[in-house]
Design a protein around this ligand. Structure first.
Ligand SMILES: [Zn+2]
Length: 417
């Protein structure tokens, strides 16, 4: 069984550092994808049919449709559960492949394909019993580099799309940068950014994207750089150039890509009330019904209504922080006082309840009982590196930076991991 290579696995770190160094010294960066011929040779008359699981499909329904007996169906369901931990099929995700000796022969092999990287093969043996074998598909991982520049009137999303960064990767990058940047005030025309991310190939064909390996953004308040790194204890995280944890316990902007319509201030003229009073949070414009994710992990301490905030939720986080989300149209199901929430979990939906001029999220961060500006407050990191890991990280980062440098000179290249 072969598993995906993980370039930031610490056990692989030294080997990887060596490999990268060798690769770079040889400029062993490949120009074109190599195409391999499929390794499995098919038997001449063998007949295969592939079925994508649709909504309402069950394993027994699909197997009976292929002419399998009720007896076989029961056996197969049992074997799948005990040997492959598969008890239900997922619509639009799982695929089944049925193999027959020829068109009219009964099914002798069934391949359940829950992901491009895993196949469960069920083979009918001579005694009529079904053998089950899980095969991990070997993944060929390449690090790909994309860079772009913010143009006049651009959002980071638009610039990222133009740079050819795939949507899923772009969303991950946005999530990462949101810990460090205020997209409203830190993004200006002329700023450059880059991303190094994994692309997964199988037999020369691109299957999907992997993880973000490194991000750089020339923000107004200083360059932001983040690197993915696996610590000795096996956990992975993102760290800045100096090895400080980049993932913070709270997010500055809970809703990605939402425009700030009113900033934190100790004095402002209230748009509805008309008189000057402090604005103790930040307002993000978003349409009614937009999910509001929890800015950090914590416990819900208030889920209520008042005249000013309308429907609001308050979360107490570990340490000395609380966050508050106001003007919700409705609360998320299952979110009550006492509920434990994780970072990013939807707690409610944008609305305009309470004193509000239109649908928006009013977001507050309260530190030790005092309101602070979410855009500028220094937020604590979730995980930091100890001395030994920091040393490894610095070594790893230097080599990764060299690779990025090479790729920036020729973005059509990639690094074979
Ligand atoms: Zn507000």
């Amino acid at each position: 069984m072969k598993k995906a290579k993980d370039i930031i696995n610490t056990t692989n770190l030294t080997r990887m550092v060596m490999a990268l160094a060798v690769l770079l010294s040889l400029v062993a960066i490949f120009l074109v994808a190599t195409h391999r011929t499929p390794s499995a040779m098919r038997r001449a008359n063998e007949c295969k049919s592939v079925v994508m699981v649709a909504s309402g499909d069950t394993l027994s329904k699909l197997l009976l449709e292929q002419g399998l007996s009720h007896n076989d169906v029961n056996t197969i369901a049992k074997v799948l559960k005990s040997d492959a931990e598969i008890s239900t099929l997922r619509a639009d995700r799982d695929k089944l492949e049925f193999v027959r000796e020829n068109d009219d022969a009964p099914v002798t092999k069934i391949v359940v394909i829950p992901s491009p990287w895993r196949q469960v093969e069920l083979t009918c043996n001579d005694e009529g019993a079904w053998d089950c074998k899980t095969v991990d598909i070997e993944r060929d991982v390449r690090a790909t580099y994309r860079s772009g520049e913010i143009l006049d009137g651009d959002s980071f999303y638009l610039a990222g799309q133009r740079a050819g960064i795939p949507a899923g990767i772009l969303a991950d990058v946005y999530d990462l940068l949101a810990f460090e940047m205020d997209f409203e005030r830190d993004v200006r025309a002329g700023q450059k950014f880059s991303v190094l991310y994994e692309e997964n190939f199988s037999e020369g064909e691109k299957i999907d994207n992997g993880r973000v390996l490194a991000v750089a953004f020339e923000a107004l308040r200083g360059n932001v750089k983040m690197y993915r790194f696996r610590k000795s204890d096996g956990t992975t995280g993102y760290y800045d150039e100096d090895g400080n944890g980049a993932i913070k316990s709270l997010k500055r902007t809970p809703i990605n890509n939402a425009k700030v319509t009113s900033s934190f201030s100790n004095k402002r003229k209230h748009p509805v009330l008309g008189y000057t009073r402090a604005h103790k949070g930040v307002d993000f414009r978003a349409s009614t019904g937009t999910p509001i994710p929890a800015a950090g992990a914590g416990r819900v301490v208030a889920r209520s209504y008042n005249r000013g905030h309308g429907n609001y939720v308050k979360i107490r986080h570990n340490g000395s922080y609380e966050t508050l989300y106001a003007h919700m149209s409705k609360f998320a199901k299952g979110v009550n006082v006492g509920t434990t929430v994780r970072q990013g979990q939807t707690i409610g939906y944008v609305g305009s309840t309470g004193i509000s001029t239109g649908p928006h999220l009013h977001y507050e961060i309260i530190k030790d009982g005092k309101h602070v500006n979410p855009m500028t407050v220094k937020l604590p990191a979730i995980s930091n590196l100890d001395k030994a890991d920091k040393k490894k990280f610095v070594e790893y980062r230097k080599i990764l930076d060299e690779g990025i440098e090479k790729l920036s000179e020729n973005p059509s290249l990639f690094i074979q991991l």
